[in-house]
Write a protein that binds this ligand. Structure first.
Ligand code: C5P
Length: 224
C-alpha cells in the first residue's frame, strides 16, 4: 500500500484528548479535521430524537441525505451539515454518545458512513482524522497513525471539564461509569474495535500537556 503523508489518524478512547490534539495539529498544518465520532453521534441522535427506530430506517435516511462535515476553526469543533441544517452542539452529550456506541456495533451503520468519512479527505489540503478505527479501517494508508491512551479517571475529568465549559452539569461518578462502559463496548465489539493499528505510535497522555503530545507527534511527522 502506498502511504499518504498528509493524513494523520488519531484513535483512542473517549476523553483522551483526541479532539484537542486534532484541532491543534490541523491549525498548525492548515489541514481539515474529521471528527468521525460526530457521525456516530448523529446516528444516536436520529434514533433518540428523530424516532428513526430500526437500523434499516437509519441507514435509508443516511443514504438519502446530503451529509458533509464542516471544520469550524473559530470554535475548535466539527459540525455536520445534513440536508438543510447544521448540527453540532445537540450531539455533544453523554446520552447521545452512549446511544452512538450502541449503534456503532452494527455493520450496516458503519458501512453507511464509510464514504462520508473517506470523502472528508481532500488530497490538496490534508486531514487529521479522529476516531476509533481511523488508522485500522478508514485510512490504513495514513503514514502517521497515533493512538492515545490515558487512565479512565484522567479521561473522565477531562470530559467533565469540557462539558462544564459548555454549561452542562456533571456528576463525576456517573460520567466515569458511562465512559468506562462506552470504552468497554468500543474495545470489545466484533467490527472495527478500538485498538491501535500495528504501525501506530502509542502515546499515554495521562501526565502530558497538550503541547507535549503535539510536539511528540510533530517530531514523528517531520521524520516522514
Ligand atoms: O468520539 P466520540 O466520543 O464522539 O464517539 C462517540 C462514539 O461513536 C464512540 O464511543 C464509538 O462508539 C463511536 N465511534 C466509532 N468509531 C469511530 C468514532 C466513534 O465507533 N471512528
Amino acid at each position: 500500500m502506498k502511504l499518504v503523508k498528509n493524513i494523520i489518524t488519531i484513535d483512542g478512547p473517549s476523553g483522551v484528548g483526541k479532539g484537542t490534539l486534532a484541532f491543534s495539529l490541523a491549525e498548525r498544518l492548515g489541514w481539515n479535521v474529521l471528527d468521525s465520532g460526530l457521525l456516530y453521534r448523529l446516528v444516536g441522535y436520529l434514533n433518540c430524537k428523530e424516532a428513526l427506530e430500526t437500523t434499516q430506517e437509519i441507514v435509508q435516511f443516511l443514504n438519502e441525505s446530503k451529509i458533509r462535515l464542516i471544520t469550524n476553526f473559530n470554535e475548535g469543533i466539527c459540525e455536520i451539515e445534513i440536508n438543510d441544517r447544521v448540527l453540532g452542539k445537540e450531539l455533544r452529550n453523554e446520552n447521545i454518545a452512549s446511544k452512538a456506541a450502541e449503534l456503532a456495533k452494527e455493520a450496516e451503520i458503519r458501512n453507511a458512513i464509510i464514504k462520508i468519512q473517506r470523502d472528508a479527505y481532500d488530497s490538496e489540503q490534508g486531514l487529521i482524522a479522529d476516531g476509533r478505527d481511523m488508522g485500522t479501517i478508514i485510512f490504513p494508508e495514513a503514514a502517521l497513525k497515533i493512538f492515545l491512551q490515558a487512565s479512565p479517571e484522567v479521561r473522565a475529568e477531562r470530559r467533565a471539564n469540557q462539558l462544564k465549559e459548555k454549561g452542562m452539569s456533571v456528576i463525576m461518578h456517573d460520567l466515569l461509569e458511562q465512559i468506562q462502559l462506552r470504552d468497554e463496548e468500543d474495545s470489545n465489539r466484533k467490527i472495527s474495535p478500538l485498538k491501535p493499528a500495528d504501525d501506530s505510535l502509542v502515546i499515554d497522555t495521562s501526565n502530558l500537556s497538550i503541547n507535549e503530545v503535539e510536539e511528540k507527534v510533530m517530531e514523528n511527522f517531520k521524520k516522514l
